[in-house]
Design a protein around this ligand. Structure first.
Ligand SMILES: *Cc1c(COP(=O)(O)O)cnc(C)c1O
Length: 490
């Protein structure tokens, strides 16, 4: 299957798209024929998570055979999640929570990052590539650990993770800096997530003009700019839908809403792909924290990144430049790559763009948006816990709050809230939200939360404190390229 850049007519096959991560023109890859692809949810109703994943992923990456994909999916997910159905949906009040955090690092990124290393290694074999694939990743906290978990000790690959110094929680930091493996590097940068992401993107662009092959290395990305990272996320939209049908909560064919805590626009974009493939979706609701650039964009059509960056209690959503919005705009504009290249140029050079009326109307058909501040986030945790005995993390809480206002004006259809992290990843905020005073030591706070709520601590987080710190590098935000080149030469 052919994939095309969002910024030009540059095309590659799906294997190359997975291996390269980002197109040489800075655009993002999408299947040329997405509008012709179909996955009928009725055909998936009685399938397991793994069977659904194999069918959906093969629809997008048809260079793999059915047998190959079934084996790859099993290798990625078999026995690695707390529950066999990988992403369970539970009823909370009158809504549903799609739990995406039951994987090895307790964040939703595990769903995609369990699959990506398998896709990369198999794509590499099929393409006859002998170079080592070096994964560069910018993280706001959760991608880094999930990518390290997915790629550590995977033969023929290496991984470097950049995270904002002081911009991640103590638990998130501990998860990353204690990572073992003979092919992993973790480095802090003096800057925020956008600086890390921009530095990594610039490194890709600079390295595209250099001959890294002479060092036996090819760069790729584990961020959601990589289509191999996004595609596995489509699966849980289908899975959740089928779970609601199986539980008798909806009838096959009913359109439902999904409320998605959003940062880089990857998770919600996968929902848009699901809708393009035929899943009955009414609205996709983009939930943001105080960094409300997407709320403004989706309600006015104007994207303006020139605003104050807020560090919030939902740090994985502290983002002002959401990469995957570009893919949504491309699709909603009817694949007008010139228009998209123009908007992205304005975003880079001026810091803003406004989409035309036609495009705005197209995206308003599917997307709604809302945001909430840190106090409202904590209130949503408290209300959900006190009202329904359900403990959610801060990111999920943003979606809970936004879902409430969304439903006031859009009463049609059932609503599924995507839950993107375990409450134990952000224990300080969660514990204070339910009225307790957290200890200074974040690891002790996990125990406090457990004592108070009896919700079990995920296996990957218990015992983190005793693990040895293995990574201590800190660099300036504009030193990412040099750092990478030095690692390549080693
Ligand atoms: C990454 C992340 C998000 C944001 O997802 P995007 O795909 O970047 O929009 C939300 N919540 C948590 C906990 C995350 O780790």
């Amino acid at each position: 299957m052919l994939y095309q850049s969002t910024r030009s007519t540059h095309t590659v096959n799906s294997l190359q798209a997975i291996l390269e991560g980002i197109a040489p023109d800075g655009g993002l890859y999408l299947p040329v024929s997405l509008k012709d692809l179909r996955v009928d949810v009725a055909d998936l109703a009685d399938k397991s998570f793994e069977e659904m994943a194999a069918i959906i992923l093969r629809t997008l990456f048809d260079e793999f055979t059915e047998e190959e994909m079934a084996e790859m999916v099993h290798r990625a997910y078999g026995g690695k999640f707390e529950t066999e159905d990988v992403t369970p949906t539970v009823k909370v009040g009158e809504d549903y929570v799609l739990e995406l955090f039951r994987g090895p690092t307790s964040a939703f990124k595990d769903v995609a990052l369990s699959m990506l290393p398998v896709l990369i290694t198999e794509a590499k074999k099929k393409q006859g590539i002998t170079e080592k694939i070096l994964i560069l990743t910018a993280t706001s906290g959760d991608t880094g650990k999930a990518a390290l978990e997915g790629f550590h000790d995977v033969e023929g690959t290496g991984i470097i993770v950049f995270y904002p110094n002081g911009g991640v929680s103590a638990v998130q930091k501990a998860q990353m800096v204690t990572q073992e493996g003979n092919n992993v590097t973790v480095c802090a940068i003096d800057g925020n997530f956008d600086d890390a992401q921009t530095g990594v993107k610039k490194t890709f662009a600079a390295c595209a003009d250099m001959d890294l092959k002479k060092h036996g290395v090819m760069l790729s990305s584990a961020n959601s700019i990589n289509i191999g990272r996004l595609a596995p996320q489509i699966v849980y939209y289908y899975k959740s839908y089928c779970d609601l049908v199986a539980a008798g909560e909806i009838a096959m064919g009913d359109a439902i809403n999904f409320v998605v805590p959003t940062g880089n626009f990857g998770d919600i974009l996968a929902g848009y792909f699901a809708k393009c493939l035929g899943l009955p979706v009414n609205k996709l609701v983009c939930a943001s924290n105080q960094n409300d650039v997407l709320t403004e964009f989706l309600t006015t059509g104007r994207y303006d990144r020139r605003r104050t960056f807020h560090r919030t209690n939902s740090p994985s959503m502290d983002i002002l430049v959401s990469s995957n919005l570009e893919r949504m705009l491309y699709l909603a504009s009817g694949c007008d790559h010139e228009k998209i290249a123009g908007y992205m140029k304005d975003l880079n050079e001026i810091g803003e763009y406004t989409v035309d009326g036609e495009l705005f109307a197209a995206l308003s058909e599917t997307f709604a948006a809302g945001c909430c501040d840190q106090e409202q986030t904590l209130a949503a945790i408290r209300d959900t816990y006190e009202g329904y005995g359900y403990l959610c993390d801060t990111h999920t809480a943003v979606a809970v709050d936004v879902a409430k206002s969304f439903k006031e004006t859009n009463p049609a259809g059932k609503t599924v809230i995507l839950s993107t992290a375990s409450p134990y990843k952000f224990p300080v905020s969660v514990l204070s939200a339910i009225g307790e005073t957290p200890d200074e030591d974040e690891f002790r706070v996990m125990e406090q939360l457990n004592e108070r709520t009896n919700v079990p601590v995920p296996a990957g987080l218990a015992g983190l404190k005793e693990k040895k710190v293995l990574h201590t590098d800190v660099i300036a935000k504009d030193a990412i390229l040099d750092y990478v080149l030095k690692k390549v030469e080693e």
